[in-house]
Design a protein around this ligand. Structure first.
Ligand code: SAH
Length: 219
């Protein structure tokens, strides 16, 4: 896929995006595939034009409705963890937001399912992903807190919003060798990973993070 046609000058240029990749590397992400994909996907397409000069800063940015596009470093970290799954056929993302993480995953997994509870964000994400020609992403407007049983099993389930408690029931929607990657907590949040192996469940506690809350119902 060639995304160059979306690049602008200055703060929306490929060179500015390359600086973001350097920053992500400095923070300890060295997975070549993740860096290559994030070096291609035009993040500025996923934020409001008034914020596009900040699109390649390593920060979360507002996307409306009190929600945010995740910090690039965190997207890179979660994507690198996702690539550690045994297979890369099907990934489920809960919390589409503007669709950026889904766009990154679309280049690394055969099919991406992504669920968003806020209708206008879901619609906007679908339009952007279509504009970029990313036709292996299926966008659903739904409450994703119970996963997506009708499309299970997944190789990876990635949650982009923080649940107050560990969403253990989602593990059933993972394949053996699959990974559930999620932030947990309210005030103090932590990134965690649960792997479903032949011998059972392995949980790893990762770093401190800051995500918007996982909320019930549609909006
Ligand atoms: N993945 C995004 C980050 C989105 S922020 C990125 O690429 O930057 C998290 C999103 O999760 C918000 O848009 C929020 O509305 C959504 N969300 C929260 N609870 C949800 C739920 N139960 N089901 C689906 N989406 C949810």
């Amino acid at each position: 896929m060639n995304f160059n046609t979306f690049d602008g000058a200055g703060m929306t240029s490929a060179r500015t995006r390359a600086r973001m990749i350097e920053r992500i590397k400095q923070l300890g992400i060295h997975d070549a595939k993740v860096l290559a994909v994030m070096g291609m996907i035009p993040r500025h397409v996923f934020v409001d034009e008034a914020l596009s000069h900040k699109a390649y800063d390593d920060t979360a940015l507002p996307i409306g409705h009190g929600q945010t596009i995740s910090q690039p470093y965190i997207v890179a970290q979660m994507t690198a963890l996702a690539l550690g799954a045994a297979q890369h056929e099907k990934v489920l993302e809960i919390g589409t937001g503007c669709g950026y993480q889904a766009a990154v995953l679309s280049q690394l997994f055969k099919t991406v399912y992504t669920i968003e509870r806020i209708g206008s964000l879901s619609k906007g994400a679908r339009e952007r992903l279509n504009l970029l020609g990313l036709h292996n992403v299926r966008v659903r407007h739904a409450d994703g807190s119970r996963g997506l049983p009708d499309a299970a099993p997944f190789d990876v389930i990635l949650i982009a919003a923080a649940a107050p408690i560990v969403p253990e029931d989602l593990v059933e929607q993972l394949r053996i060798g699959g990974r559930l990657i999620f932030p947990v907590g309210s005030e103090d949040q932590e990134l965690r990973m649960i792997e479903r192996t032949d011998e059972g469940i392995v949980e790893t506690r990762l770093e401190k993070v800051r995500f918007v809350p996982l909320l019930p119902g549609l909006a």
